[in-house]
Design a protein around this ligand. Structure first.
Ligand SMILES: C[S@@+](CC[C@H](N)C(=O)[O-])C[C@H]1O[C@@H](n2cnc3c(N)ncnc32)[C@H](O)[C@@H]1O
Length: 286
């Protein structure tokens, strides 16, 4: 593979790394941003996940500004995130993270679409701590464009996908119905004592959200990255992820025959990212 078609992975602060790219060289940005100091990925002071909320919002706006310069005219930025509950003494308060993030975008990247994915989280179907489930149920996909785009029609079509289109189903839907039927009759015939221990195991194993975060916190479901990359780019386009995390964007970009330029500051994620792809097809920068 010629060097100019290889994926490029930079294990440095994305703000520094973006400076190294030519202006107007990115077709699409797909990413899941960090969650200020709510989830700390590494202790590096340039890791945006070490910042308090106000500093984080200031610093992340710098990322979008730099990305805007590197994005081609008509390019799309699609990010994926959820709101957050934070603990305040004896109660939890909701931070409307998605709306605060929208305000950090520069004027030249206009908000074009919001799609909500209902993850159908129920307290019994996931391993997330209880308070986190409230914030993580609804995932927001925020889509911005740099001016008028070749994807105007696709943006409109995207709008008409109903919210529940992205609803996560429990792994075996039929079994969920069967479970409710058996539970219903169990209640009528007072069999709960016998059935409840069995049911709680069934719930845990069969009905859980199959997108529960695995391996790396807040891993993007590959299906979601795939959908965004398929809709908003074409083969051989350059797709950038400033916050690679476990490398989902890299993996999907490679599968869809696009080129990925990605950044990650957490050195612990290095192995996880690089094993997603053959070393022949990637240039690594530290
Ligand atoms: C929400 S996670 C990304 C998860 C990813 N979408 C996935 O599927 O695994 C955000 C990532 O941003 C990284 N990060 C935070 N600040 C950064 C910076 N200044 N430059 C590059 N990466 C950074 C964190 O280390 C973390 O891995």
């Amino acid at each position: 593979m010629p060097n100019n078609q290889k994926h490029q992975i930079y294990f440095i602060d994305c703000r520094e790394g973006l400076e190294k790219l030519p202006d107007q060289s990115i077709d699409l940005v797909v990413s899941g941003p960090p969650y200020f100091d709510h989830i700390v990925y590494s202790k590096d002071e340039k890791n945006l996940s070490t910042k308090n909320y106000q500093d984080f919002l200031r610093d992340i706006s710098e990322v979008w500004e730099k990305l805007e310069r590197k994005l081609k005219d008509g390019g799309i930025v699609a990010i994926w995130l959820h709101d957050i509950y934070v603990k305040k003494e004896d109660h939890f308060e909701l931070i409307s993270f998605h709306s605060d993030i929208i305000k950090t975008f520069p004027e030249d990247l206009a908000l074009r679409q919001i799609v909500i994915w209902d993850r159908y989280l129920k307290k019994i179907y996931t391993d997330l701590p209880k308070e986190e489930q409230f914030g993580a149920r609804f995932q927001y996909i925020l889509v911005f464009s740099k001016g008028k785009t070749a994807y105007e029609k696709k943006l409109k079509d995207f709008y008409w996908k109903p919210v529940w289109y992205f609803k996560t189903m429990p792994r075996f839907l039929g079994l969920k119905m069967l479970y409710h039927i058996v539970f219903f009759f169990g209640k009528i015939f007072y069999l709960q004592k016998i059935l409840n221990p069995i049911f709680s195991q069934v719930k845990k194993v069969l009905l859980q959200d199959k997108y529960k975060f695995r391996g790396y916190q807040t891993t993007c479901p590959p299906e979601l990255a795939q959908m965004l990359i398929k809709i908003f780019s074409k083969k051989e386009d350059t797709v950038c992820d400033p916050f690679l995390g476990s490398g989902t964007t890299l993996k999907v970009t490679n599968k869809l025959k696009r080129r990925c330029v990605g950044f990650e500051i957490n050195k612990d994620a290095r192995k996880m990212i690089l094993e997603k792809i053959s070393s022949k097809n990637v240039e690594v920068f530290e």
